[in-house]
Design a protein. Structure first.
Length: 180
C-alpha cells in the first residue's frame, strides 16, 4: 500500500474513533439527563407529600401552635433551597462537560492539521508522533470520564443524604403530632 493509502486509512481511523467517542459522550449525556429527570420526579413526589403533610399539620394544630408551624415552614424552605442549589450545580456541571467536549473537537482539528504537516516526514516519525497524540487524547478522555463519574457519584451520595434527612424530619413531625 502507498503512503497516501496509509494516510487515508489513518484519517479514516481517526474519523471512526471520533464518531465512536461522540456516540459515547452522547450516551453519557443521555444517561445523565435520564438520571436527573428521575431524580426530579422523585423529588417532586417527596415535596408534594411533605406539602400535604404540612397542610394536615396546620389543620391539626390550633392557633396556639403557630411557632411549630413556622419552624416547619422554615425547614421546608431550607430543604427546597438546598435542592435548588443542587439542581443548579448539576446543570453547571453538565454545561462544563459540554464545553470541554467542544474543546476536544478543536483539539482533534489541531491534531488533524499537525498530521497533515507531518506527512512530509518519514513514515516511522509520523507513526510515532501519531501514537503519542492518540495516547494524549485517550489520557485526557479517561481523565474527563473519571471526573464526570466522580461528580455523578457525589451527586448520588448527596441525594441519599437528602432522602434520609427528609425521612428523619417526617418521623420527627409524626412524633410531634402524636404528642401535640
Amino acid at each position: 500500500m502507498s503512503i497516501s493509502g496509509d494516510m487515508k486509512k489513518i484519517g479514516e481511523d481517526i474519523i471512526s474513533s471520533y464518531k465512536l467517542r461522540i456516540k459515547s459522550v452522547g450516551e453519557i449525556v443521555s444517561e445523565t439527563h435520564n438520571m436527573l429527570t428521575d431524580f426530579q420526579k422523585e423529588h417532586k413526589i417527596t415535596v408534594n407529600e411533605l406539602k400535604v403533610m404540612a397542610d394536615e399539620v396546620k389543620k391539626f394544630l390550633g392557633k396556639g401552635e403557630t411557632d411549630r408551624l413556622k419552624e416547619f415552614d422554615k425547614m421546608m424552605a431550607d430543604i427546597q433551597n438546598k435542592q435548588t442549589d443542587r439542581n443548579k450545580y448539576v446543570a453547571d456541571l453538565l454545561q462544563k462537560f459540554t464545553d470541554e467536549q467542544k474543546v476536544t473537537v478543536n483539539e482533534l482539528k489541531v491534531m488533524a492539521d499537525e498530521l497533515k504537516k507531518s506527512l512530509g516526514k518519514g513514515e516511522t516519525d509520523r507513526l510515532a508522533e501519531f501514537d503519542k497524540m492518540m495516547a494524549d487524547v485517550q489520557n485526557k478522555q479517561a481523565d474527563r470520564n473519571k471526573y464526570v463519574a466522580d461528580l455523578l457519584k457525589k451527586f448520588t451520595d448527596e441525594q441519599k443524604v437528602t432522602v434520609n434527612e427528609l425521612k428523619v424530619m417526617a418521623d420527627e413531625l409524626k412524633k410531634s403530632l402524636g404528642k401535640g
